[in-house]
Design a protein around this ligand. Structure first.
Ligand code: UDP
Ligand code: MG
Length: 324
């Protein structure tokens, strides 16, 4: 029987939503205690905020909590790992601190996990329709490609918002990938997982830290950490180009031998040079991406560095004490 649950929430410059998020946590804590008889510990991870988020959180949080302050901004993926590393509970709930992840869905996920001992993870799956048709098709293509020839499936539109048992947390903390693609890691770890559909709330304040370029880089990261498909596709293109070249060569050869047709040289030459040059550069760039991942992994730097931890002073509300 699960008795304790840790809430893990990374934040970066969320001072504006701090007090509202603490309010949500308080309500969640009360509901969890009442419905499931579980006590809650809050693990907030400061991912290098430059505003007064930390002061706001430490002044308002109550009950059992700690704020793990990272030495700089390491990215949400690393911050989530820092939270998992500090989790000791029977269950852990990961959620955003920008109020996009609601209390109702959190409770629903916890209820599913409590009710069925056969399930290890319950994750929230975003049922939001992509704004544009093109974007949704791109997303579908991404998942189709990345999931091909894989022994596990990365579910579409499922992120960090999830509840899991302590054993799963332990398994995830053993995965020390430097370039972390959490969606993939969660799926890779296995266990019995269940989806709960949800529509994310709008951001209460501030803006999303994701730009289009970020998204593109993130997708590429997904591939380089989980798939060789791009390399295979480019190799296939190379083979096809070579075949086409051979056919064209044969055609030219027969035309010259049997019909004496002079070969128009310049245009065909240019097409071949540009085509093959482009293909070569693409492949080189792609290999570079994979080499870069290999390099980051082999340097073996820690995924994040903790500056210090602020924890609740023996159950007193607010403030808290710092320890290194
Ligand atoms: N976040 C973080 N580090 C980062 C970027 C974001 O800890 O480098 C936090 C952010 O404060 C928020 C959550 O991760 O609580 C999700 O970020 P965001 O809202 O920007 O992403 P989106 O909801 O658009 O996916
Ligand atoms: Mg958000």
């Amino acid at each position: 029987m699960a008795k304790t649950i840790d809430v893990i929430a990374p934040f970066l410059n969320e001072a504006q939503s701090a007090s509202a998020f603490v309010g949500l946590l308080e309500k969640l804590e009360a509901a969890v205690a009442e419905r499931f008889g579980m006590t809650m510990h809050k693990i907030l991870v400061d991912d290098g905020s430059r505003d007064d988020s930390v002061e706001r959180f430490s002044a308002t949080l109550s009950g059992s909590w700690e704020i793990v302050r990272l030495s700089r901004n390491f990215g949400k993926e690393a911050a989530v790992l820092a939270g998992l590393d500090h989790s000791r509970g029977d269950m852990a709930l990961i959620m955003d601190s920008d109020l996009q992840h609601s209390m109702e869905i959190s409770l629903k996920m916890i209820a599913e996990l409590v009710a069925d001992p056969e399930i290890d993870v319950v994750y929230a799956q975003n049922d939001r329709r992509e704004a544009s048709w093109r974007r949704s098709q791109l997303a579908r293509l991404f998942y189709k490609l990345i999931n091909s020839s894989q022994r596990f499936d990365i579910p579409q539109n499922a992120g960090d918002f999830r509840v899991m048992r302590g054993a799963v947390v332990k398994a995830l903390t053993q995965v020390r990938d430097k370039r972390r693609f959490n969606k993939g890691l969660f799926a890779w770890a296995g266990f019995r997982q269940k989806a709960v559909l949800y529509t994310p709330d709008n951001r209460a304040s501030g803006t999303s830290k994701w730009s289009r370029l970020n998204l593109l880089a993130f997708s590429l990261e997904g591939f380089t950490s989980f798939s060789v498909i791009p390399l295979r596709i480019i190799s296939l293109c190379g083979v096809l180009a070579a075949l086409a070249g051979a056919v064209y060569g044969a055609k030219v050869f027969f035309e010259v031998i049997f019909y004496g047709i002079a070969v128009p040289g310049y245009p065909s030459l240019l097409v071949v040079v540009v085509l093959l040059g482009g293909l070569n550069l693409t492949l080189l760039g792609l290999i570079g991406e994979y080499v870069w991942v290999t390099l980051s992994e082999s340097k073996d730097r820690p995924v994040y560095i903790v500056r210090d931890i602020i924890a609740a002073k023996d159950g007193e509300p607010g403030q808290g004490a710092t320890r290194p």
